[in-house]
Unconditional design. Structure first.
Length: 149
């Protein structure tokens, strides 16, 4: 990887997002929690959610990831409250398509993930970028299963 590639990949906006990660405190009484790890790089994200009628009403996250994973967690965390499982799944699917299939950037409310388009070429970082979505979806599935039990 050349210096130019590194500068492009770790742009000023990506690095700024790493310092702006919201909801970094774990919840004291979550509806559900989930932890996801990217085996290739060791990044991990733990998510706590509170859900009411299928809508995320509170969110906490503990992010131990590379700058790209942190930037994704920052954008996701900024837009996750008020979302349903279907909306979160749609955002994750759009991010996956952007990274793996050269698709367009995710639509609102997760359109800030567009900043990660340069990471398309760095397949070893894709799992880290998807961690916050994956952990949130796991927690939402737990909450849904518990509500229907």
């Amino acid at each position: 990887m050349s210096d130019t590639d590194l500068i492009k990949l770790y742009s000023a906006r990506i690095l700024a997002l790493t310092t702006e990660i919201p909801h970094t405190a774990r919840l004291t009484a979550p509806t559900a929690s989930a932890k996801k790890r990217a085996p290739l790089c060791g990044s991990n994200v733990t998510v706590d959610i509170q859900v009411n009628d299928g809508v995320i009403i509170d969110f906490g996250q503990d992010v131990k990831a590379c700058a790209l994973g942190q930037a994704a967690a920052s954008v996701i965390g900024s837009n996750i409250i008020g979302r349903t499982e279907a909306e979160v799944q749609k955002g994750r699917d759009e991010l996956f398509a952007m990274l793996k299939e050269n698709g367009p950037a995710p639509a609102a409310p997760f359109d800030g993930l567009e900043v990660l388009e340069p990471a398309r070429d760095y397949k070893n970082r894709h799992a880290s970028i998807l961690l916050a979505f994956d952990a949130t979806l796991d927690a939402l599935a737990q909450a849904r299963d518990a509500a229907s039990a």
